[in-house]
Design a protein around this ligand. Sequence first.
Ligand SMILES: Cc1cc2nc3c(=O)[nH]c(=O)nc-3n(C[C@H](O)[C@H](O)[C@H](O)COP(=O)(O)O)c2cc1C
Length: 164
Amino acid sequence: MIDRETFVELMSGVCAPVTVVTATSADGRPHGSTVSSFASLSLDPPLVSFALDRSSALLAHLQPGERVGVNILGAHQQELASTFARRSRGPGLKFDGVAWSVRAGLPYLPESAGWTAGRVERHVDGGDHVLLVVGVEEAEPTSTAPLVYARRVFGTHSRLAVAS
Ligand SMILES: Cc1cc2nc3c(=O)[nH]c(=O)nc-3n(C[C@H](O)[C@H](O)[C@H](O)COP(=O)(O)O)c2cc1C
């Protein structure tokens, strides 16, 4: 077995996307959390996945069959990443003071680097996390520079300087 610190240090060196995953609860309230484990899973059929901590408040609203939105954050949205990484102090409160709207029935953050929405197809056991497999129903790419996270800092992606 490797120790926890070594594993955390290894994974901090893996550059990850930054998204805000959203859901609408049965009472119509918005829910959202910052999620970096978002990844493409399958092209045919189109599937994406992400992992949520079993203690995540959002997880309760993303059971198999429920709808989910993914706002892929842009390099200018670091503050939103921090806002949605805070523990929920009550239903919908993370959205206070945030510019958002409803798109396809889901909380949507305008001016993000990308948007996708779909339905949770299944949960897969992932130790202290749950892997959610999502069937993609809607996708909007943009050319906005993405926000990325590595070594505990936010950044963005850019082309390497070409060696002369
Ligand atoms: C950059 C970044 C990426 C994160 N990625 C994940 C993730 O993939 N899965 C997860 O469960 N939590 C992730 N978190 C932590 C959650 O955003 C945080 O625990 C949040 O408070 C969960 O809120 P909730 O309980 O309302 O779901 C991430 C936090 C940051 C800052």
